[in-house]
Design a protein around this ligand. Structure first.
Ligand code: TYD
Length: 169
């Protein structure tokens, strides 16, 4: 079974159901290009809160030593915004805003994927030795998670109705 044929964390859904390589904004998420300063000694990329990412960076964490075939995520956040970077190697980020799904392949240390609040995400297809660096807008709290997909969808519908009251729930 290939990684894409594996079932996603959402019952009945497979990773191959997500669109591949979206351009521009999809499901509310978009890729950001960061500066690259290269010289004969190597390359340097920097990320500044508020200017290149639309939030102050309150927390940094990273995923590493992910065994082949494993997936991470499988949740959404109530308030947290995040920027995900493939600091080393590559992996896929599957996103879902309750209306649209997309699959972003991250494989450049100078690109980041911006995930707004209320975005269901699953990470998979990690290459060997990859490092997933995450910049987050808030400190960690378990209260900020939706780990149940239906709870996430219900919350999303409430927010969508508040921002566009004519939209049916
Ligand atoms: P989780 O966010 O579920 O990981 P992933 O989405 O990558 O699968 O977090 C896994 C565990 O780590 C969970 O018990 C919460 C804990 N954790 C922290 O204590 N602090 C943090 O900043 C993060 C991101 C997770």
């Amino acid at each position: 079974m290939t990684t894409l044929e594996r079932r996603s964390a959402v019952p009945g859904r497979r990773l191959s159901d997500f669109d591949d390589q979206p351009q521009g904004e999809r499901a509310g998420c978009r890729m950001i290009d960061f500066p690259r300063i290269s010289d004969p000694r190597g390359a340097l990329t920097f990320v500044e809160g508020r200017s290149q990412v639309p939030f102050d960076i309150a927390r940094v964490y990273y995923l590493y030593d992910v065994p082949g075939g494993e997936s991470r995520g499988g949740h959404a956040h109530k308030e947290l915004q995040q920027l995900v970077i493939a600091a080393s190697g590559s992996f896929d980020v599957l996103v879902d805003d309750g209306h649209e799904t997309a699959r972003f392949h991250l494989n450049r240390s100078y690109n980041g994927l911006l995930l707004p609040r209320l975005t269901w995400r699953e990470l998979g297809n990690f290459s060997s030795g990859s490092v997933c660096l995450v910049l987050a807008s808030l400190p960690y709290t378990e209260d900020d998670y939706y780990r149940d997909y239906d709870e996430f969808l219900a919350a999303r519908r409430v927010v969508d109705h508040e921002t566009a009251p004519d939209t049916p729930r």
